[in-house]
Design a protein around this ligand. Structure first.
Ligand SMILES: Nc1ncnc2c1ncn2[C@@H]1O[C@H](COP(=O)(O)OP(=O)(O)O)[C@@H](O)[C@H]1O
Ligand SMILES: [Mg+2]
Length: 336
């Protein structure tokens, strides 16, 4: 590091080059520390195009490059995560649909990612687009993915296979039953936020949904991580949005933000993540750094600070928990 020439980082380009050079040296061939137990992280934001899928696959690949065993669950009928990981997902391919709707064991639909030896993927096919409706009439419709994943993780241990260190679940851009299933399987939520004008809009509803799931279906669920995506440091707007997000979520927001990068957007058309498509690019280095940050900070469980959560999503917790105890949950209702 000391041998790096000091650079003039007064321009955004020079600053980026200097950050990239540092990351290239620091992160090359690095092995990350494994978590004590499997971390299940749901990547959610009901807005489309904010970088959910891109963050899911590239963080997953970054974690795998850092020596982690990683499972990606593509829970979006568009199947973009499957595409980016080079995973077969033509209609009829055994997928998350069969797991959710037909109760097929996860182990039977998991595929190995061709580019990275410790990365696996449960694909999504177009069949999943019907699941939102088909799930409505099924027993324990909210907890089907949770059960399948818990069984799979346990079966791996029973069979003497290496445990999965990270499960990353990609969500569709809605708050329907597919996303609810993803919130019930996850212990942590990672929210990608695009650094643009409407960034925080819709966040209130997302946080309220997460709070509702926490109270009724999954007491472990919490927002552990916020990742700023498509960050363009040359614009004041991006800087302002980033500052605002950091002020609302100081503990949750990763220090590493992901720059806008052409290489990131090109990679999926080659059936690859940017991590293998162009590992030396700014975007790949940023995702690798973000993956390392994720492993280092653990499942942050800070109470949400700031008025955004309490005032908009928040209710009086004590009052609310008591109400929740008296009310049957959706599962209990289903069981009747
Ligand atoms: N950092 C980035 N730089 C450039 N393009 C990006 C970046 N992140 C995502 N994109 C592009 O933006 C679009 C939306 O991203 P995507 O991850 O599919 O969002 P979502 O899953 O939230 O709908 C895609 O075309 C993707 O390639
Ligand atoms: Mg997506």
């Amino acid at each position: 590091m000391a041998s790096l020439p000091s650079v003039d980082d007064s321009t955004p380009l020079a600053a980026q080059l200097s950050v990239d050079a540092r990351r290239r040296i620091e992160l090359h061939g690095r092995t990350f520390e494994k978590p004590a137990a499997t971390r299940v992280i749901t990547i959610a934001n009901q807005k489309g195009g904010v970088g959910k899928t891109t963050s899911t696959v590239n963080l997953a690949a970054g974690l795998a490059q850092g020596g982690m065993n990683v499972l990606v669950i593509d829970n979006d009928p568009q199947g973009n995560a499957s595409t980016a990981l080079g995973i077969e997902h033509r209609a009829g391919t055994p997928s998350v649909y069969e797991v959710l709707v037909e109760g097929q064991p996860l182990a039977e639909v998991v595929q190995k990612c061709p580019d990275l030896p410790s990365l696996w993927c449960v694909p999504a096919t177009i069949d999943l687009s019907g699941a939102e409706i088909e799930l409505v009439s099924l027993v324990s419709r909210e907890t089907r993915l949770r059960r399948a994943v818990d069984d799979y993780l346990q079966a791996r241990v029973d069979e003497g296979l290496e445990p999965i260190d990270y499960v990353l679940v990609d969500c569709p851009p809605s708050l329907g039953l597919l996303t609810v299933n993803a919130f019930v399987v996850g212990r942590e939520v990672l929210i990608p936020i695009q650094c643009e004008y409407y960034a925080l809009e819709g966040l209130t509803q997302l946080l309220r949904t997460i709070e509702m799931i926490r109270q009724h279906l999954n007491p472990d669920l919490h927002v552990s991580t916020i990742l700023l995506t498509m960050y363009d440091g040359r614009t004041n707007l991006a800087q302002q949005v980033a500052e605002e997000v950091r002020s609302h979520f100081p503990e949750q927001t990763l220090k590493t933000s992901v720059p806008r990068s052409v290489r990131i957007s090109e990679a999926p058309s080659h059936g690859q993540t940017v991590m293998t498509y162009d590992p030396g690019s700014s975007g790949a280095l940023a995702y690798l750094e973000a993956a390392r940050e994720l492993t280092r900070r653990g499942p942050v469980r800070e109470p949400m600070r700031g008025d955004l959560v309490r005032a908009r999503a928040g209710q009086d917790d004590e009052h609310h928990d008591r109400a929740a105890e008296q009310r049957p949950t959706a599962i209990q209702e289903d069981a009747r």
